[in-house]
Design a protein around this ligand. Structure first.
Ligand SMILES: Nc1ncnc2c1ncn2[C@@H]1O[C@H](COP(=O)(O)OP(=O)(O)O)[C@@H](O)[C@H]1O
Ligand SMILES: [Mg+2]
Length: 332
């Protein structure tokens, strides 16, 4: 497997192309050689536990702090030489919203429009459009202090969009939100990519979120990338997937067990668990064997390991994991 993901092709422009990013604070190494290549118009998720270095990566790529080592190009502009040009094309929403609680939603958006040098008329139009898009029109005149967490995050995202960024950094956009607000945010983020072709750099601690949104995922742990791929690719690395067959009778179970002697068998539940990589080809092979031998099963379920399994395995420490396909040129 290569580090380039299925959604990319060699001709596709990279929105973010970073190599060997490193950062330390005193003795503490926070980032230890991070490489990223993120094609335009895709959602990339940097997944990692608290303290992994996610926010630091965002701060470096969005020009807020300098890296100690490494290079990066954002939307074609060099991070070291052309920070101003990068600031013009990116948007950043923080884990801690930039929203001013004393202003109302509309005022916050117009303030952003001013900061982005939009004319008054244009600023007003943009604010109204964003309020409508994020379903905040009714709440537009209410002070933001009265907003729920979900509304604040929506407004924060809306404010990021005022300047029409091409690359948007979302640092843990749904941390602390209830499941419903989280889902709403996911829909908005998806909509941005589908409608406007922006590139999203999303950090998250939630495997489910990366699975839901990201075209490609990199797992960051202790300042190093420990895995990189699509959600499917990451899941396939982890053993434990199986096909579970449910039977109506002990005779059927016995018949099937003859065909799959390596399967795990539960005589009480009348089930058979056949180890599987979760691929269609394996599933088809199992069904063909059953059919060919006229063994009937009542139902079949496929269990693919979820990203939580992946995450635990990958961050559990060296030794327990098959070596991930990550380039090692930054190792020393
Ligand atoms: N300004 C700073 N000074 C010292 N240590 C820092 C600073 N910023 C971040 N760190 C440390 O770097 C590590 C990674 O932080 P961060 O990038 O915020 O991780 P994440 O966003 O993944 O939770 C943490 O251990 C944090 O304490
Ligand atoms: Mg953080």
């Amino acid at each position: 497997m290569s580090v380039t993901t299925a959604t990319s092709s060699p001709t596709r422009t990279l929105a973010i192309d970073a190599s060997g990013l490193a950062k330390s604070y005193g003795d503490k190494v926070v980032l230890d050689g991070v490489d990223l290549s993120i094609p335009e118009g895709t959602v990339f998720s940097l997944l990692g536990p608290n303290g992994a270095g996610k926010t630091t990566t965002v701060q470096i790529l969005s020009t807020l702090i300098p890296a100690d080592r490494g290079t990066a190009r954002i939307a074609g502009h060099d991070l070291a030489d052309d920070a101003d040009a990068i600031r013009d094309v990116i948007g950043v929403t923080g884990q801690f919203a930039a929203v001013d609680g004393l202003l109302n939603a509309e005022e916050n958006l117009r303030l952003m429009a001013d900061l982005n040098h939009l004319s008054r008329a244009e600023g007003r139009r943009r604010a109204d459009e964003l309020l409508a898009r994020f379903d905040l029109t009714e709440a537009a005149r209410k002070p933001v202090v009265t907003f729920s967490g979900g509304m604040r995050r929506k407004l924060d995202l809306a404010m990021t969009l005022v300047g029409n960024p091409r690359v948007i950094f979302l640092d843990e956009p749904t941390t602390g939100l209830d499941p419903r607000s989280r889902r709403t945010m996911w829909e908005m983020i998806r909509g941005l990519v589908d409608d406007q072709g922006v590139t999203i750099f999303l950090t998250t601690q939630y495997l489910e979120e990366a699975d839901e949104l990201a075209d490609s995922i990199a797992v960051l742990d202790g300042g190093r990338l420990v895995a990189h791929g699509t959600a499917e690719e990451l899941k396939q690395r982890i053993p434990g997937g199986h096909i579970r067959l449910q039977f109506d009778s002990a005779a059927q179970l016995q018949g099937a067990f003859h065909l799959f002697p390596a399967a795990g068998r539960d005589d009480e539940a009348l089930t058979l668990q056949i180890p599987s990589d979760g691929s269609i080809a394996t599933l088809r092979a199992v069904l063909d064997v059953l059919d060919g031998n006229r063994v009937q099963a009542r139902s079949l379920t496929v269990h693919t390991p979820d990203l939580d399994d992946v995450f635990l395995t990958l961050t559990a420490g060296a030794g327990s994991v098959p070596t991930p396909d990550v380039p090692k040129e930054n190792d020393r």
